[in-house]
Design a protein around this ligand. Structure first.
Ligand code: ADP
Ligand code: MG
Length: 392
């Protein structure tokens, strides 16, 4: 299903309200990572080149419906102005007559940023009155906030009832890339799923198990699978109540002809802060130690599989990659994903951080900007922010 793209809209001279995700990490007033602002630039530049009046809106943090000084969008607006090298009008309000008057003064190509949408308690309630007030500011609505697409809020969903609505360029890239994995992947297709817990990724595993050719499991969640196979896993992070689920996924994989891969060796240590770990077989995990990474044999086997794939999805680190002693498995997998000729997609905050830290981001076809949103898409859910946009 294809949703309407903003490139099919006639935006010249129009007021375009564009929902972006400027929820960037701040240290005081300094933005420590401007990836999300940069990710919105193609849409913002396209709108300016096509002579729209660009009215941007975003949330930041969790102000819970009140004005919170430290959560104002001014730093994001100032950073945007630097990146696009034109002034950005930073409005003090989310809706209202004063704002309308400011917008009436805008020239084609001007850029204005509303204040944090979540300062208004009606935003997260998807209150139709707020959606209507936002809609009153503009002629056209564009949603480019993939990171917020799994939320049905006034600015991500409700507003589409009142204005002609379109997907922005970033949203389109996300939907196309993640959709391609689920609908028409080139084969063979492997998914590498890691991270801390099975419970975070159950729905993703369940949805992918019928779609991939290889399912590679790593990270803390692999421990629950190892336990399901009757292995002793010492003090490793585990969800004993999810053993049945792990067994079900193992059975589903077998029934769908999917090869499920589990670690054959591991790096273990006495605690997560250890400066060095020991390589052991998964059949010989010491009772007083925990698994903190996949071992070199597993890393090698996983890399070999990845290099032979036409499509690869990676979500979740293979070990406690924050500690260099346990980052080796994640590095091997990241390098293989970067090196494979196939179509590659990475989602998940910690996995994306890992690939960026390794300097391999430019070797990946698509790095998703939405943690929760990309997970929900991969779970096969319909995201409210996408469903609100009419079909083409
Ligand atoms: P993503 O953000 O990419 O989706 P997750 O948030 O699911 O990834 O998982 C990342 C977390 O998993 C990291 O904090 C990492 O330390 C943890 N983790 C990975 N492997 C292990 C392990 N063997 N034991 C404990 N924690 C682990
Ligand atoms: Mg995470």
């Amino acid at each position: 299903m294809t949703r309407r793209s903003m490139t099919s809209a006639d935006v010249r001279g129009k007021r375009v309200l564009c929902r972006v995700d400027f929820n960037v990490p701040l240290d005081g007033n300094t933005i420590t990572d401007d990836t999300r602002i940069r990710a919105a630039l193609p849409t913002i530049n396209w709108l300016r080149e096509h002579e729209a009046k660009v009215i941007l809106c975003s949330h930041a943090g969790r102000p819970k419906g009140k004005v919170v000084e430290s959560m104002r969008l001014r730093p994001a607006g100032e950073r945007l102005a630097e990146l696009i090298d034109v002034p950005v009008i930073i409005a003090p309000d989310v809706t209202g007559d004063a704002l309308k008057a400011t917008i009436a003064e805008m020239s084609d190509g001007d850029v204005l940023l509303l204040e944090n949408l979540r300062f208004d308690p009606r935003e997260e309630k998807n209150d139709p009155a707020m959606a209507k007030e936002l809609a009153d500011l503009a002629d056209i609505y564009v949603n480019d906030a993939f990171g917020a697409a799994h939320r049905a809020h006034a600015s991500t969903a409700g507003i589409a009832d009142y204005l002609p609505a379109y997907l922005g360029l970033l949203m389109q890239k996300e939907v196309d890339s993640l959709g391609r994995l689920l609908d028409s992947p080139d084969r063979p297709f492997a998914a590498i799923i890691g991270g801390a817990k099975v419970s975070d990724k159950i729905a993703v595993l369940e949805n992918l198990v019928s779609k991939v050719d290889h399912l590679l499991i790593g990270g803390g969640m692999a421990n629950t699978f190892l336990l399901a196979q009757g292995k002793q896993i010492g003090k490793s992070l585990v969800e004993a109540d999810k053993v049945d689920l792990a067994n079900k996924i193992i059975a589903d994989a077998e029934a769908s002809g999917v090869t499920l891969h589990l670690p054959t060796d591991a790096i273990v240590a006495g605690d997560i802060k250890a400066e060095v770990g020991t390589v052991v077989s998964v059949d010989a995990i010491p009772a007083d130690q925990a698994i903190f990474d996949i071992g070199p044999e597993t890393a090698h086997a996983y890399a070999d599989i990845i290099l032979g794939m036409k499509t690869v999805l990676w979500n979740g680190p293979l070990g406690v990659a924050e500690n260099p002693a346990f980052a080796g498995g994640t590095r091997s997998v990241a390098e293989a994903v970067g090196a494979t000729d196939g179509f590659t997609v990475i989602g998940g905050g910690d996995s994306v951080a890992a690939i960026e830290k390794l300097g391999l981001a430019d070797k990946i076809d698509h790095i998703s900007t939405g943690g929760g949103a990309s997970l929900e898409l991969l779970e096969g859910k319909e995201l409210p922010g996408i469903a609100a946009i009419p079909e083409e």
